[in-house]
Write a protein that binds this ligand. Structure first.
Ligand code: ADP
Ligand code: ZN
Length: 629
């Protein structure tokens, strides 16, 4: 068998995705490999396919126990012999697994890093041929990253103790240069094939909504996406409890997760979510590490997170199956305060000098600021994210809230000049509230206290509303004409680029939502973008009904087999079945995600259901052309 046969037969896919083939080929040639790919890009295939082609065993080191179980279940479903060895097993189970492994029972073995140095494991490793050691979540080896795990350093010792040096392949979604260098250097990769794929997740739609009524926004959203699975992240446990109660009072099948719940509750709720008993999860950021649920159709942030890194990671849990999914952030100015409070009260793990603590606080503040600007920008959200992670996007993606709204552009250069002059006049000592109030010529107690009426700039923008002045200041912040200090006073300063505005060499343009007459508040409705279609855009009503029927069957099988539904077949696979309407084995095998082994397990039952529904006729259940989804 070659790699394509394996992909088709075991995983049910016809072609490799961007980057997968390069890594697989280099591994098969015996070269070390490092794959840096965003969540959902398909890293697992990159080592699972060669693992089946290499002569010996592949060990996969992974820090996440729940993920190991998931992966092994999925592999077994696909007809691949795999096992995991970690602290969730008893000693007796571990010995048994190792015995079977030594007897050549498994091609792929997942193992926790702590396990590597145990006597039993070492003994096993010396008896067998280990062709490859794969290091998953490889950034955990770097002390630069946020997730450094000392136990990862054991991997190196372990590898060097093996009789024959194995191929090493490492994978991560963390792209910073420091982390990359660390992985290559600490793991001792020998002239590795390094592959970094784009960080863009094209199937994700991004939006920031500043609706005042977050609860009703969430409730409406869930109702409009009935039956779909989603995660709602809140900043605090209190918010989680409150929102979860409210939703469940409205009849939503919802569950929750935060560090204040007992271990048993957390386990149960997580399982309810994974098994789609409660498809909606309300949680703090404690939830999600190691959750591999592929059919999460939306991630809503009820509060703004503390950094864009956090946001991208949490939002990235949507749409792992490659199907269309939405990432929505509900922004309110209050969130900034909540986050400052959380940062001020953050407990530091480990011992730090005052200097180090200051540096950390400054870095946190800077990250928070980047996050705030994401919420404020009126330009392409995807572009903003990609730029932050060091990639240049296409300018306007056509699949985010900002790209799909209509804005009018207003030249506010004159106002910007007044703002810069005002900031300079007060010698860059005040924050946005004082500056905006002063320029508008307001007469609040706070402004009187600072005696702002004594400055020449007082009232220099009289007639412009204070909120508009703030909007312009925000735009100037986003454009790096102004900046704020990294302390809680957030004092406004001007940057060297502001000089160009004073010199008349640069314009400042404010983008404001176009108002449609008769439609208050909201901007123009979403234009039809070039985005990938949702399932309800692909399937007509008969098709959607078939989808529901198949989904029901999937739930039934999941229950019988005690297996998460998405491991049986992903949503995407079900949609593809509704498009292709397979009526026999061969047709079923052309469906994306249906490999031979899965067909043998479940194919007949799905065929039967489709046959019942269609009466054995090839009906068209979709609109227009069936594009690649
Ligand atoms: P990562 O580990 O990079 O987050 P996964 O390995 O979990 O991503 O893969 C994400 C999803 O993409 C899985 O559902 C997987 O089956 C699917 N996938 C991977 N490779 C392909 C491919 N070549 N064609 C279609 N789907 C794929
Ligand atoms: Zn965009």
């Amino acid at each position: 068998m070659n790699k394509l046969d394996i992909l088709k037969q075991y995983f049910g896919y016809a072609t490799f995705r961007e980057g997968q083939e390069v890594l697989i080929d280099s591994i098969l040639k015996g070269q070390d490999a490092l794959g840096i790919m965003p969540t959902g890009a398909g890293k697992s295939i990159c080592y699972q396919v060669p693992a089946l082609l290499l002569p010996g065993i592949t060990l996969v080191v992974s820090p996440l126990i729940s993920l190991m179980k998931d992966q092994v279940q999925a592999l077994n479903q696909a007809g691949i012999h795999a096992a995991y060895i970690n602290s969730s097993l008893s000693e007796a189970q571990i010995s048994k697994a190792l015995r079977l492994a030594a007897a050549g029972q498994y091609k792929i073995i997942y193992v926790a890093p702590e396990r590597l140095e145990t006597h039993g494991f070492m003994q096993f490793a010396r008896q067998v041929e280990i062709s490859m050691v794969t290091v998953d979540e490889a950034h955990c080896i770097s002390q630069w990253g946020q997730d450094f795990r000392p136990s990862y350093l054991k991997i190196v010792q372990f590898i060097s103790s093996l009789k024959k040096p194995p191929i090493i392949s490492a994978f991560t979604a963390t792209a910073t240069e420091n982390v990359k260098e660390d992985i290559v250097c600490v793991l001792g990769l020998k002239s590795p094939q390094v592959l970094v794929t784009g960080f863009d997740r094209k199937n994700l739609y991004y939006a920031v909504e500043s609706s005042g009524k977050k609860d009703s926004y969430v409730l409406n959203y869930i109702r409009e996406h009935d039956g779909e699975s989603g995660i709602i992240y809140c900043a605090t446990r209190k918010n989680v409890d409150m929102l979860c109660d409210k939703l469940s009072a409205e009849g939503v099948a919802v569950t929750k997760y935060h560090a204040g719940l007992s271990g048993e509750e957390r386990r149960q709720n997580q399982e309810d979510f994974i098994y789609d008993q409660s498809p909606v999860m309300v949680a703090t950021n404690a939830f999600g590490m190691g959750i591999d649920k592929s059919n999460v159709r939306y991630v809503i942030h009820y509060n703004m997170p503390q950094s864009l890194e956090n946001y991208y990671q949490e939002a990235g849990r949507a749409g792992r199956d490659g199907g269309k999914a939405e990432c929505i952030l509900l922004y309110s100015a209050q969130d900034v305060m909540i986050n400052r409070f959380l940062l001020d009260n953050k407990e530091q793990k480990g011992e730090y000098t005052q200097e180090e603590l200051d540096a950390i606080a400054e870095r946190d503040e800077e990250r928070l600021r980047t996050m705030i600007y994401y919420c404020l920008t009126t330009r392409c959200l995807r572009e903003y994210i990609l730029r932050y992670f060091g990639e240049i996007g296409a300018g306007a993606c056509g699949n985010c809230r900002n790209c799909l709204r209509e804005y009018e552009e207003i030249d506010v250069t004159k106002e910007a000049v007044r703002i810069i002059e005002g900031i300079l006049e007060v010698r860059q000592r005040y924050g946005i509230n004082v500056i905006a109030g002063m320029l508008a010529g307001e007469n609040r107690a706070k402004l009187r206290e600072y005696r702002v009426s004594e400055y020449a700039s007082f009232g220099s923008l009289k007639g412009v509303r204070e909120t508009e002045i703030k909007q312009i200041i925000n735009e100037m912040l986003v454009e790096n004409l102004l900046l704020t200090t990294n302390d809680k006073y957030a004092t406004l300063k001007i940057t060297s680029e502001a000089e160009d505005v004073l010199q008349g060499e640069r314009k400042v343009i404010l983008r404001q939502l176009k108002q449609i007459p008769g439609k208050e508040g909201s901007g123009t409705e979403r234009k039809k973008g070039k985005s990938k279609p949702r399932k309800s855009d692909i399937l007509n009503s008969r098709g959607l009904e078939l989808f529901e029927t198949l989904r029901y069957l999937r739930t039934e099988i999941a229950r019988e087999e005690n297996m998460p539904p998405y491991i049986i077949f992903s949503d995407k696979t079900l949609v593809d079945m509704c498009v292709k309407v397979p009526l026999n084995r061969d047709e079923m095998l052309t469906v994306s995600g249906v490999g031979t082994s899965k067909f043998e397990r479940y194919g007949r039952r799905f065929l039967h259901e489709i046959e019942e529904y269609t009466g054995g006729m090839h009906e068209k259940f979709y609109f227009g052309e069936a594009d690649e989804m």
